[in-house]
Design a protein around this ligand. Structure first.
Ligand code: C6P
Length: 410
């Protein structure tokens, strides 16, 4: 077996599924959690739990501190100017809705353009559909070339003077393509547009620095980066967040409430109505600590080797179509979409499941991309640094069986 020093930190990786060792290749959907994240949540509930901000007693102050320390951790992790620029949400989806329904509604006027990529996750399409419809705006798309990349010409042609918002994913959840966000942000800023960067699939793999990228908003989910479900991040430049109206209203996001009016709390509380997810924030902080302990250089190195190996071995099998970039060295990560010829992706996923292998099959919440690629659905194997080449071998051996199981001679 390859010596992977991280596997033992993830208790679930040693469980069995259908009598077989679990091979977890659905990391783009959610990652597994290291014991340290579970332990941090456990300690929070054992020693610090109370409703933060509201109580004047010691325990409530401890809960507030735990929550705010997590915010400081996230701010430092992505290089934000101040913790005030970090809003905790439930997930990437809520962060994107928040931006669309506050900033989007505030700035969009009739005829204004929002530009997204055709490969966006539905969470980065539907809020913009809703808001552009309401405001008479236009939702326009950057299309990908054959190998899943957005070319410079496309950026030049689509991001034009009438563009007010550019909302793109850093990494595609279907093809694993790393999009040229530096060029997209540069062009967007040249025409005076604001950039919303969906980093749900990039933060788990790459160090993100908001100052270097200069994106105006950045969003991601805790659960895709070793943290718990139910906690998400919205980073926004302080000036923009200050200009935006609140999204949800209610407890703790106010300054003063009158019978018919209210004034709102300063950042970040203005955007965090109701009792917050302290457990989630504490878990996210522990997840960041873990990622930092491993180091992005190690994460990337392992993933690059695994992706190269998986792609090479998949290419050896006849009757497999890999979508998007098939050269592991070219701006892609270890999210691999594929189909076995003549086999429905759900059948492939079920056959693999019998061997203990978890992959995703379907449209991956990216139906416009499926339509653009002219496929109803794909299988998707998504790798993370705790996976091994031996697991890739198990996956390949199972894939080789798929057509035979379904009665094909080869
Ligand atoms: N993609 C996948 O299997 P939430 O569900 O809010 O945490 O994340 C939404 C989301 C937004 N953008 C991108 C690029 C994503 O990949 C996702 C989630 C998962 O591909 C679940 S559908």
């Amino acid at each position: 077996m390859t010596l992977n020093p991280y596997r033992n930190d993830f208790p679930i990786l040693s469980t069995k599924v259908n009598g077989k060792d679990l091979v977890y290749f659905d990391n783009a959907a959610t990652t597994q959690k290291p014991a340290s994240v579970m332990e941090a949540i456990n300690i929070y509930y054992k020693e610090q739990n109370a409703n933060p901000y509201r109580g004047l007693y010691g325990l409530s102050v401890e809960a507030t501190n735990a929550y705010e320390e997590a915010r400081e951790k996230v701010a430092a992790f992505i290089g934000a100017e101040s913790p005030k620029e970090i809003i905790f949400t439930r997930n990437t989806t809520e962060s994107l809705n928040l931006i669309a329904y506050t900033y989007g509604k505030m700035v969009l006027e009739e005829g204004d353009k929002v530009v997204a990529a055709i490969s966006e996750h539905h969470s980065n399409i539907l809020p913009w559909q809703q808001v552009t419809k309401e405001k008479g705006g236009i939702l326009s798309y950057l299309y990908l070339n054959e190998s899943g990349h957005i070319k410079e010409e496309e950026i030049e042609q689509k991001i034009t003077e009438d563009t007010k918002i550019v909302a793109v994913a850093h990494v595609s959840n279907v093809l694993g393509t790393v999009h040229p966000v530096e060029s997209i942000i540069k062009k967007a800023h040249e025409v005076g547009a604001v950039v919303v960067l969906d980093c749900a699939q990039s933060v788990p793999h790459y160090q993100i620095n908001v100052k270097e990228l200069d994106a105006d908003f950045i969003v991601f989910s805790g659960h895709k980066m070793l943290g718990p479900m139910g906690i998400g991040v919205l980073y926004g430049k302080e000036k923009l967040l200050n200009e935006m109206p609140p999204f949800l209203t209610g407890g703790e996001m106010i300054e003063y409430v009158y019978e018919q009016e209210a004034t709102f709390a300063p950042l970040p509380n203005k955007f965090e109505a109701g009792t917050p997810n302290v457990e989630g924030a504490v878990g996210l902080k522990a997840a960041i600590n873990y990622i930092q302990k491993v180091g992005y250089h190690n994460i990337t190195k392992i993933e690059e080797e695994l992706t190269e190996y998986a792609l090479a071995r998949m290419k050896e099998i006849p009757h497999i179509t890999i979508y998007g970039e098939t050269d592991s060295t070219k701006k892609r990560c270890g999210v691999i979409s594929f189909n076995v010829d003549d086999v429905h992706p759900h059948d492939t996923a079920s056959i693999l499941d019998a061997d203990g292998i978890a992959i995703r099959a379907g449209h991956h919440c990216a139906q416009p991309l499926m339509k653009y690629m002219k496929v109803p659905a794909t299988c998707r194997a998504s790798l993370y640094f705790y996976n091994t080449k031996e697991e890739v071998d198990v996956f390949i051996n199972s894939l080789k069986k798929v057509r035979r199981w379904l009665g094909y001679g080869d």
